[in-house]
Design a protein around this ligand. Structure first.
Ligand SMILES: [Zn+2]
Length: 257
C-alpha cells in the first residue's frame, strides 16, 4: 500500500514545505482520505485516478480542496467524484459549501457524461467497500461528527484517527485488526496548550501518550500527523522525549507499507 500526505504549504523558495496546514492522505494514488490539499498539490496521475474521497469530518483543513478538485475536473469526468461521508457531514457540505453562495451545488450539476459529484452516505461504524479496499469507519471524539478509519487492501491494514481527542473505539478496532502495518495519529498541540487541545478535541504529546496505552500492537509503525504548523517544532521535541516510538510523518513523501 502506497501512502502519501499531500503537501499544502510552500516555503520561501517555492518548494513544498513540511508544515501541514491541510489534510489529504492518498492511498495508492487513487483513493483519498480527506480533501484538504487535494486540488492544490496532487500529481496529474492522482488527479486522473482519484474518484473516491472518504471524509473524516468537515472542518475546513480537511475539505478545502474538495470544491476546486471537482471544479478542475468538471468537464472531463467520465464518472462522478464519490464523496463517502456520514449523513451529518453531507448536510454540512451541502448547507455551507456547495450552496451556490460559497461554491456551486455540484450535486445538482452534470457534464456530458452525467453527474460530477455523488455522495455515498454511510453510518459511522459501518464497513465500506471501494476500489479494492475494505474500509471500516469508527466514530471518534471531535467537535463535529467525525470518523477514523481502518483500511485494508487484502495484504495489510492501516488505521487513521482523523482529528480526535481521547477515544476508545478506534483503538479497539486497531487491536482487533490483523496485519496492522501502521497507525496515523493526530497530535495538534504541544503540552503547554493542553487546555486548548482539550476544548478543541485534539491531542497533545501527553494526551497521545495516554492514548497509545490503549494500543496493544507493539510492532506496527506509528506516524504522527496533523501537527499545527506554528507548534510543529515544539511538538516534535516533546514527542522525541516522551514517545520515541512515534515517528513524524513526512508530508509529501510516499510511504510503501
Ligand atoms: Zn477538525
Amino acid at each position: 500500500m502506497r501512502i502519501q500526505i499531500l503537501p499544502s504549504t510552500i516555503d520561501e523558495n517555492g518548494r513544498a514545505s513540511k508544515r501541514q496546514h491541510l489534510m489529504s492522505l492518498v492511498i495508492d494514488d487513487r483513493v483519498a482520505i480527506d480533501a484538504g490539499s487535494l486540488a492544490f498539490s496532487c500529481t496529474d496521475l492522482q488527479r486522473s485516478q482519484i474518484r473516491d474521497i472518504i471524509l473524516t469530518h468537515t472542518h475546513l483543513d480537511h475539505i478545502a480542496g474538495l470544491p476546486l478538485f471537482i471544479d478542475d475536473l468538471f468537464s472531463t469526468l467520465e464518472r462522478p467524484i464519490c464523496v463517502h461521508a456520514t449523513h451529518e457531514m453531507i448536510e454540512i457540505l451541502e448547507r455551507n459549501i456547495f450552496n451556490w453562495e460559497v461554491y456551486p451545488k455540484f450535486s445538482e450539476l452534470e457534464n456530458d457524461h452525467g453527474k460530477v459529484l455523488e455522495y455515498r452516505e454511510f453510518e459511522a461504524g459501518s464497513h465500506l467497500s471501494l476500489d479494492g479496499l475494505s474500509v471500516k469507519s469508527i466514530p471518534v471524539n471531535h467537535q463535529v461528527n467525525a470518523c477514523g478509519y481502518v483500511v485494508e487492501d487484502g495484504d495489510i491494514a492501516i488505521a487513521i484517527t482523523g482529528d480526535t481527542a481521547e477515544t476508545d473505539g478506534f483503538w479497539a478496532e486497531c487491536n482487533s485488526t490483523a496485519n496492522l502495518a501502521a497507525v496515523f495519529v493526530e497530535c495538534a498541540f504541544p503540552n503547554e496548550l493542553d487546555e486548548l487541545a482539550k476544548v478543541s478535541c485534539h491531542l497533545s504529546p501527553n494526551r497521545l501518550g495516554a492514548e497509545l496505552g490503549k494500543l496493544t500492537d507493539e510492532n506496527c509503525k506509528l506516524y504522527v500527523i496533523n501537527l499545527k504548523p506554528m507548534y510543529r517544532d515544539k511538538i516534535i521535541a516533546q514527542l522525541a522525549n516522551e514517545l520515541p516510538r512515534a515517528e513524524i510523518l513526512e508530508v509529501g513523501r510516499v510511504y510503501v507499507l
